[in-house]
Design a protein around this ligand. Structure first.
Ligand code: NAD
Length: 294
């Protein structure tokens, strides 16, 4: 393996363990975060320029698209032609495309590569990457995806990784709500939750939400429901991703009523109810406590 010089920007919950895994694999990683956070084996930099100057690869793991655009605009000016810019944040498709264009105009390769797998996947190096960008960019990024994750799918041109991520999470949000409301209905019909699971998990209503991440405590495989709905995948992160999917749908005039309803329900759950900081499957106790007119 060639030892690469990597500049890593955004050492938060996800970025810090990802950067540490790259360093542990033998790469020379320099990191920067406005909050002053660091990661094991990563040399701290004073600023963005300090992290990426002379780097073969820059990786960003940031909160949103507007921060990505600001960071990328600075980072790109300090990188050499032929270097690779990988953004692993979850951002809007337009920001991903805009960042790739700016990087490519500066002679860089660019890949948008949002992840699934959460903080556990970031620490264990078992993330899934969904990537958009050129074939050359993806090929150069792949050995790094192999260190930080277990699977990387090249989805298409710039923005295709973000498109795949938000479509997946739109299905997930809507399916989790459908699963939770069905459990709440089953409760009121006097149907035992275990029986409900036994039937649905082996019938046409099955899904990842039911089979792998069952929102009912004590039923199905171990999930955040068994841990008082501690995340897991926090409801506010689902809200973010549903917002991005509706933003993208508006951009391309796609009719996504289930996604829009899921966004509205998670918005209410996080902003007006007790959903903030709880796992996104905590929609089940929410529905179970309500009636039709609540
Ligand atoms: P986080 O808030 O813990 O980390 C983001 C980091 O970026 C913070 O440490 C912050 O200080 C830093 N930052 C902000 N502005 C900066 C700037 N201008 N320059 C340098 N650093 C800056 O968030 P996270 O949970 O690590 O998530 C990062 C991204 O990954 C988000 O886009 C999120 O949607 C996505 N994601 C998160 C999860 C998860 O489970 N946490 C799962 C999949 C995807």
């Amino acid at each position: 393996m060639d030892t690469l010089k990597i500049g890593f920007i955004g050492l938060g919950n996800m970025g810090a363990p990802m950067a540490a895994n790259l360093a542990a694999a033998g790469h020379s990683v320099t990191g920067f975060d406005v909050a002053g956070t660091t990661a094991k084996g990563v040399t701290p930099a004073e600023d963005i320029a300090g992290a990426v100057t002379g780097a073969d690869v820059a990786i960003t793991m940031l909160p949103n698209g507007s921060i990505l655009r600001q960071v990328a605009a600075q980072a790109i000016t300090h990188m050499s032609s032929g270097a690779l810019f990988i953004d692993c944040s979850t951002v809007d498709v337009e920001s991903a495309r805009n960042t790739a264009e700016a990087a490519e105009n500066a002679g860089l390769l660019a890949v948008d590569a949002p992840v699934s797998g959460g903080i556990g996947g970031a620490s264990d190096g078992t993330l899934t990457f969904m990537a958009g960008g050129s074939v050359d960019g993806f090929a150069k990024a792949q050995p790094l995806f192999d260190i930080m994750g277990q699977k990387a799918v090249h989805c298409g041109e710039a923005g295709a990784g973000q498109a795949a991520k938000i479509c997946n999470n739109m299905i997930l949000g809507a399916t989790m709500i459908a699963t939770c409301e069905a459990f709440a209905l089953a409760d009121k019909l006097g149907l035992d939750r275990q029986k409900m699971f036994d039937v649905v998990s082996t019938s046409s209503g099955y899904s990842w939400s039911m089979n792998a991440y069952c929102p009912a405590p004590g039923v199905g495989p171990s999930s955040p429901a068994d841990n008082d709905y501690k995340p897991g995948f926090a409801a506010e992160l689902m809200l973010k991703d549903l917002g991005l999917s509706q933003q993208a749908a508006a951009l391309v005039d796609a009719d996504t009523p289930m996604g829009a309803m899921a966004l509205e329900l998670y918005r209410r759950f996080v902003e007006d109810e007790d959903g903030m900081g709880r796992d996104f499957s905590a929609m089940l106790p929410r529905f179970a406590a309500r009636g039709r007119d609540d």
